[in-house]
Write a protein that binds this ligand. Structure first.
Ligand code: NIG
Ligand code: FE
Length: 408
C-alpha cells in the first residue's frame, strides 16, 4: 500500500492526548485543531510530519479529521416509508401510525418480501452514500425481522454486508423492537428470540423502550440477557415519552442510551457521570418534530456525548453525519469540537473500537477524512457535503470530483 503524506492542512484534529478512550464533552474544548501534516504507513497512521517519500495530498485550506463513526443505524432494511413522513407532517403522531400497522411492522413486511440480494443492494448503496459523507465505520441493527427466523436473517445479512463494504462494521441485535402480532406479549417474544443474543455477528443487544414498544421490566431482562451472553447493552430510550428508562439502563451497565429527547431532568446528572454514552439522534428529532434532547446540559455535565444518524426508513432516513453535526450544533448549542468528538472517538467507544479507531494518533488505523474547509464550516454550510477525500485503512477510497487536483 502506498504511504500517503497529507500536507499543509489548515487543521489536523488531534485528541487532547493520546490513548483516551473517549472525551467527555466538558473537555471537548481541548481537542487540538492546529495546522500541519499527517503521514500513513500501510494501514496505520505513521505520524504528523510530512513524508517526502510518500504520495502527496495537498490539504491547503482543509481540515484533516478522523473517519466518522456512525454508531447507531438500522441497516440493513428494505424500502422506505415516505408516505408515513407525509402523514406525520400533516400532524398524525408516530405512535398512532405504529398502532395502525405502519411503522416498524410495515418495514418488517417489506423486509419479508425482499430477497437477500435486494436488501443487500439497498444497504450497500447507502453505505456508499455514507462513505461519500465521511463515514468509515458504522453499526448495523436487526429489528425489522419480527420473527425469530427473520431476525436471524437480518443478523446474517448484516454480517454479509460487513464483508462486502470497505467500512468497519459492528452488528447489534435489536431483539426487542416491536412485539410481533402472533406473540401474546413482550415476555413471550423475548422468550422466543433470546437465543439470538448468542448470534456470532452480534456484539451488542438493543431494545426499544417506549409506550408503543417495550417496558422497563423488558429493559432489565435485556440487560441480564446481555450480561449472560457477554454482549453490550444498548437501548432506545425516552424518545417520545418519559419512561424513566435511564436509571434501569445504568443499573444494568448499558454501554449507551440513545435518543433522550424526553430525558427526565433527575436522570441527567447520573447519566453524565456514568461510563455510559448519551447517543443523541437529532435527525429523528427534527424529522419527527420530537422534543429537543438536553444536549447542552449533558455536555456541560461531562457526558460521553455521541451523535449518530439513526439511519432507518421510519424516523430518520438520513445517511450524512456532517448534516447531523449541523443539526446538533444549532439544536443543542454544541461547538464544532463537541460535534466532532461525538461522531468520532466517543462513537468508536460505543462500538468498542476506540483503541484502533476514532482519533488521529500514531499507530491507529489510518481512517482519515479530508474536509474541503476548516471544521467550523461543517455545521455552518448546512446541507453542503464537506468531504473531499476519504481514506480507509491507509487506502484512498473516495475523492470528490472537484478535489482531484489535491492528489499528486
Ligand atoms: O431509532 N425508535 C425505534 N426505532 C427506530 C425507528 C423505528 C422505525 O420507525 O422504523 C428509531 O427511531
Ligand atoms: Fe434507532
Amino acid at each position: 500500500m502506498t504511504p500517503l503524506s497529507l500536507e499543509n492542512a489548515a487543521q489536523v484534529a488531534r485528541p487532547p492526548r493520546d490513548g483516551l478512550p473517549y472525551v467527555r464533552l466538558d473537555r471537548a474544548a481541548d481537542v487540538v485543531l492546529d495546522g500541519g501534516a499527517l503521514a500513513t504507513d500501510g494501514d496505520r497512521i505513521a505520524g504528523f510530519a510530512a513524508d517526502a517519500t510518500a504520495r502527496r495530498i495537498d490539504c491547503t485550506g482543509c481540515a484533516v479529521i478522523p473517519g466518522l463513526v456512525d454508531c447507531h443505524t438500522h441497516l440493513p432494511f428494505a424500502g422506505w416509508r415516505a408516505e408515513e413522513y407525509a402523514m406525520k407532517v400533516a400532524g398524525r403522531p408516530y405512535e398512532e401510525i405504529a398502532r395502525a400497522g405502519g411503522g416498524i411492522a410495515s418495514s418488517a413486511r417489506a423486509f419479508a418480501e425482499s430477497g437477500d440480494d435486494a436488501v443487500l443492494a439497498q444497504a450497500t448503496a447507502l453505505t456508499r452514500e455514507m462513505l461519500r459523507h465521511g463515514t468509515t465505520s458504522f453499526e448495523t441493527k436487526s429489528g425489522y425481522g419480527l420473527s425469530v427466523d427473520a431476525e436471524r436473517r437480518a443478523l446474517d445479512l448484516a454480517a454479509r454486508l460487513a464483508r462486502e463494504v470497505p467500512q468497519t462494521v459492528r452488528s447489534t441485535a435489536l431483539l426487542a423492537h416491536a412485539i410481533p402480532a402472533d406473540y401474546a406479549g413482550a415476555g413471550a417474544w423475548l422468550d422466543a428470540v433470546a437465543p439470538l443474543a448468542a448470534h456470532d455477528a452480534a456484539t451488542a443487544l438493543d431494545i426499544y423502550v417506549e409506550s408503543v414498544a417495550f417496558g422497563l421490566d423488558d429493559l432489565a431482562r435485556m440487560g441480564e440477557l446481555a450480561r449472560a451472553n457477554g454482549r453490550d447493552l444498548r437501548a432506545h430510550v425516552e424518545q417520545f415519552s418519559t419512561m424513566r428508562s435511564v436509571p434501569v439502563a445504568l443499573e444494568h451497565g448499558a454501554r449507551s442510551v440513545d435518543h433522550l429527547a424526553c430525558l427526565h431532568p433527575d436522570d441527567l446528572g447520573p447519566l453524565a457521570a456514568a461510563e455510559c454514552a448519551a447517543v443523541l439522534l437529532p435527525g429523528a428529532e427534527v424529522l419527527g418534530d420530537e422534543h429537543v434532547a438536553p444536549g447542552r446540559a449533558l455536555a456541560d455535565a461531562g457526558a460521553i456525548g455521541v451523535l449518530a444518524t439513526d439511519l432507518n426508513p421510519g424516523t430518520s432516513p438520513v445517511a450524512s453525519l456532517p448534516l447531523i453535526a449541523g443539526l446538533a450544533v444549532r439544536r443543542y448549542g454544541w461547538t464544532p469540537r463537541e460535534a466532532l468528538v461525538a461522531m468520532t472517538l466517543n462513537a468508536a467507544w460505543v462500538l468498542r473500537r476506540h483503541e484502533d479507531l476514532g482519533s488521529l494518533e500514531a499507530g491507529k488505523r489510518a481512517d482519515v477524512v479530508v474536509l474541503d474547509a476548516p471544521l467550523e464550516h461543517v455545521p455552518y454550510r448546512f446541507g453542503h457535503n464537506p468531504v473531499a477525500i476519504v481514506i480507509v485503512g491507509g487506502e484512498i477510497v473516495h475523492v470528490r470530483e472537484d478535489q482531484a487536483w489535491r492528489l499528486a
